[in-house]
Write a protein of this length. Structure first.
Length: 421
């Protein structure tokens, strides 16, 4: 009897051990996958609210399985530097993050840090994206970033201020532009928002890009940067900064440049469609009287527009199959046409995902109409040259505006960095 009781005890212990082992394995198998997303679409960004809602909805639908945690990156310039520094150091900045795809960031396609979406990007998923953007994002037969936010970069005209200078429509020729600027100055109105600060001199870089493309054509960026076209574009940009902008333009950042326009201090502003969804813009007294249009041609190329891939989505490569699958599941959710439509309608931003989004305001309508109307598009300066050349452009632009260097010195210095890279 004692032996039989002992055997029963051993059997019971084995059953319990097996039960706890299976239970532990079950818990391990069902462990929630956490995905960290370093997101720039937070804070005052026009996409922030909708993106936050989508993450909450995804987490609720996948409770206990997948949880996406947004790590806010409200400072765009600091974030871009963080991404480049992190990847260069051999680590991904987060499980999910975005990049501006240019020659600098394209180098990271050669590393093993980024997930290659090629196999997961089946025909159904692929069909929802703009084919041209997918092609641009495929390098060496690898799709290591998904094209997401796109943009055209036109001019924004405060027609209330233009009316004070006697203009009822944006200028159509370069001579009309100079006349407008002079008349605005005569009314004590700063004609444009310019800047030479941050890492890309954003608004002034857009003006430079417009001048260069109009003077040299849509393929202008293949020319040596010492070409006379770029010298002329530099001189025209300098003129806008020194003669037709605010006194603080040298060293000013994007917040200051945009702030002047929002405050009604400047008449012409340059930015992308995402700005159209800002609440502080909608609160301005001149919101309904903003016209989106191109910059008058400075050269032979007319009816053109500057465009760019603003943000491509990347994911960190992982040997954890569950994490990889969870990443793909979330990105399919985020980039689904129905969800992109929600972001587009709320923010005014443009995307590489095809949707039937309806413009939420007159500015969004104008962006769409303008994009459809132009016959020529070309990228801005940053797209073909990358981050280091753009930083040099920014640093040299301040010296150009202050008269410390000539336009020839400017293009030579920037050109040396382009050739070195």
């Amino acid at each position: 009897m004692a032996k039989k009781g002992l055997m029963l005890c051993i059997a019971a212990v084995m059953v319990l051990a097996c039960h706890f082992s299976l239970s532990a394995q079950s818990k391990k198998a069902s462990k929630e996958v956490e995905l960290r997303w370093a997101s720039i679409w937070v804070g005052a960004d026009s996409k922030a609210v909708t993106v936050g809602q989508l993450v909450e909805e995804f987490n609720a639908a996948n409770a206990g399985k997948i949880k996406v945690v947004i790590e806010p990156q409200p400072d765009y310039n600091a974030y871009e530097q963080k991404v480049r520094t992190s990847l260069a150091a051999g680590t991904a900045p987060a499980d999910i993050f975005t990049i501006k795809l240019n020659p600098t960031t394209a180098e990271f396609y050669n590393s093993k840090l980024l997930m290659d979406f090629t196999k997961a990007f089946d025909s159904t998923w692929k069909a929802t994206f703009d084919a041209g953007m997918v092609k641009q994002s495929t390098i060496g037969k690898q799709l290591k970033s998904l094209p997401f936010e796109t943009a055209i970069l036109p001019m924004w005209y405060n027609m209330d201020l233009l009316a004070k200078a006697g203009f009822t429509a944006p200028p159509k020729t370069i001579d009309e532009l100079w006349t407008l600027c002079d008349k605005l100055k005569a009314q004590n109105i700063y004609p444009s928002s310019q800047m030479t600060g941050d890492t890309n001199a954003w608004t002034s870089m857009i003006w430079f890009s417009h001048f260069a493309v109009s003077l040299g054509g849509p393929d202008v960026w293949v020319k040596p940067f010492t070409d006379p076209v770029f010298v002329e574009a530099a001189n025209l940009t300098k003129r806008m900064i020194t003669d037709y902008s605010t006194p603080d333009a040298v060293g000013l950042g994007a917040g200051g440049s945009g702030g002047h326009f929002l405050a009604g201090r400047t008449a012409i502003f340059s930015n992308g469609p995402w700005y159209a969804g800002r609440a502080d813009l909608a609160a301005t007294p001149f919101f309904k009287n903003i016209t989106i249009a191109g910059l008058p041609a400075a050269g032979k190329t007319t009816n053109y527009m500057i465009s760019r891939m603003q943000a491509n989505i990347c994911a960190a490569a992982s040997k954890d199959k569950a994490k990889e699958a969870a990443t793909i599941e979330f990105l399919k959710f985020l980039t689904s046409p129905s969800n992109v439509k929600r972001i587009a309608e709320a923010s005014g931003a443009m995307f590489a995902v095809k949707t039937d989004a309806k413009p939420a305001n007159h500015l969004q309508t104008q962006f769409i109409q303008l994009a459809n109307a132009v016959s020529v598009t070309a990228p801005d300066f940053e797209a073909p040259y990358g981050s280091e050349a753009t930083l040099e452009f920014t640093q040299m632009l301040g010296g150009l505006a202050l008269g410390k260097i000539s336009a020839n010195d400017f293009v030579k210095a920037v050109g040396q960095v382009i050739e070195r890279d």
